[in-house]
Write a protein that binds this ligand. Structure first.
Ligand code: E4P
Length: 212
């Protein structure tokens, strides 16, 4: 399972890189808006910091303007993946970018129907927002499971990228389901390594050693 860091903060990316844990980065307009400075410079820095895919979302809502933005985005770095919301205009954009060989990440996916249309349009990734669905009382991880089944049924090459991940249990569930990729905040990534018995065990080993 590819692990992407869900952030536009370069220090967080460096911290995750030091663990050898991440294969790429995903951003969104909210994450980028939290960072001070010119957003293009930030994205360029991220593209240099990490070799893997860096998802950056278009802001426009109509396809022609989305395509113009996408053409500008891919000039920032060779590892840019253009993030496009799975609206009708977004699907048109995904199709056009696919024809041009530009990788896309269909975002704000909340149903299997949306994801299947995005895959048909040629999206490289679909991002089901697990946390947002859970927030409204639905089962976000069930959507990931449904997508893995549907995409296997038709041997679709589009990768399922589990997004809006809030805790280590969701990470485990996504891995169990065979999600192609997952994106998570640094706080969740760091939590993955934690277990009380590891701390207790280490303390016990060191205490015994100290008696030597
Ligand atoms: C993926 O990149 C999504 O933009 C991100 O995971 C959104 O989830 P959140 O709003 O719950 O952080």
């Amino acid at each position: 399972m590819k692990i992407f860091l869900d952030t536009a903060n370069i220090e967080q990316i460096r911290q995750a890189k030091a663990l050898g844990a991440i294969d790429g980065v995903t951003t969104n307009p909210s994450l980028l808006s939290r960072e001070k400075g010119d957003w293009k410079k930030i994205v360029r820095q991220i593209c240099k910091e990490i070799e893997g895919p860096v998802s950056v979302e278009v802001i426009s809502t109509e396809s022609p303007a989305m395509l113009t933005e996408a053409r500008d985005l891919v000039k920032i770095g060779p590892n840019i993946v253009v993030k496009v919301p799975v609206t009708l205009e977004g699907l048109k954009t995904i199709k056009e970018l696919h024809l041009r060989g530009i990788e896309t990440n269909a975002t704000l996916v909340f149903s299997a129907n949306q994801a299947l249309l995005a895959a048909k349009a040629g999206a490289s990734y679909v991002s089901p927002f697990v946390g947002w669905l859970d927030d409204v009382g639905q089962d976000g991880m069930q959507l990931v499971q449904d997508l893995m089944s549907i995409f296997r049924n038709y041997d679709l090459s589009t990768q399922v990228l589990a997004a809006s991940i809030r805790n280590s249990s969701q990470f485990f569930q996504a891995a169990l389901l065979g999600a192609d990729a997952i994106t998570l905040p640094l706080s969740v990534l760091l939590d993955l390594a934690k277990h009380p018995l590891t701390d207790i065990g280490l303390a016990s080993f060191l205490a015994d050693w100290a008696k030597k």
